[in-house]
Design a protein around this ligand. Structure first.
Ligand code: CA
Length: 222
């Protein structure tokens, strides 16, 4: 069971996040101050740190900086209430792996956590087979029958999220959140564009991506 460290001083929010992530099969340790986080983080091999920026004793940015300076490579997901591009840039510059703005949708937090853990720790079985398609989730190589397909980063991101949810509708908002995690300004039509390109590359013999108009997209088990 992956172990996560949550650093958040808002106790109601911390309880909610802990319950949510425990339900997803993670063991969550919660701390409410930056100092405690700095003392605790090296003691456990955490799969991920979820770090609030507005902490009572120091800024989450200071915690982030200190952890990276001492060589911690644990993935860090930053939570912040401040919606400024400067904060986002600062967080990513200091070595945060991803960024989530409060208030957030629980499904989005789950998706980000899952993606970060997968990205860093790899998947024990990286190859996913879906009908004629085989997808190596660690290298991003896609084959359909004996045809190998080159996907661009965002097309691959769309395919990864859809194949993690085979047979289920993935809401557009969630797909956008994963595909455009680091973009500030996203054209609302951009997601449709990437889905269209992906469909074209997968071709008629590949898996079929269904559009649920106004809701989201779905890939089906074959
Ligand atoms: Ca706070």
């Amino acid at each position: 069971m992956p172990r996560l460290l949550l650093v958040e001083d808002d106790l109601a929010l911390a309880r909610g996040i802990t319950a949510l992530l425990s339900d997803q099969g993670y063991a969550v340790d919660h701390l409410a101050s930056g100092q405690a986080a700095l003392e605790f983080e090296p003691l456990e091999p955490y799969a991920l740190v979820v770090l609030d920026i507005g902490l009572p004793d120091m800024s989450g940015f200071d915690v982030l900086r200190a952890l990276r300076r001492r060589g911690s490579r644990t993935p860090i997901l930053v939570l912040t209430a401040r919606d400024t591009i400067q904060d986002k840039v600062t967080g990513l510059d200091l070595g945060a792996d991803d960024y989530l703005l409060k208030p957030f949708d629980p499904a989005e937090l789950e998706a980000r956590v899952r993606a970060l853990i997968r990205r860093r720790h790899g998947d024990p079985n990286p190859t996913l087979n879906l009908g004629t398609m085989s997808l190596d989730r660690s290298s991003g190589l896609v084959r359909i029958g004996d045809r190998s397909i080159e996907l661009r980063k965002r097309e691959l991101a769309v395919l990864l999220v859809l194949t993690e949810n085979v047979g289920r509708v993935v809401p557009k908002e969630r797909l956008s959140a994963e595909v455009f995690a680091y973009d500030d300004l996203v054209n609302p039509n951009a997601l449709e564009l990437y889905v269209a390109r992906l469909r074209k590359k997968l071709g008629p013999d590949g898996p079929h991506i269904r559009t649920h108009r106004g809701v989201g997209y779905q890939i089906d088990a074959l």
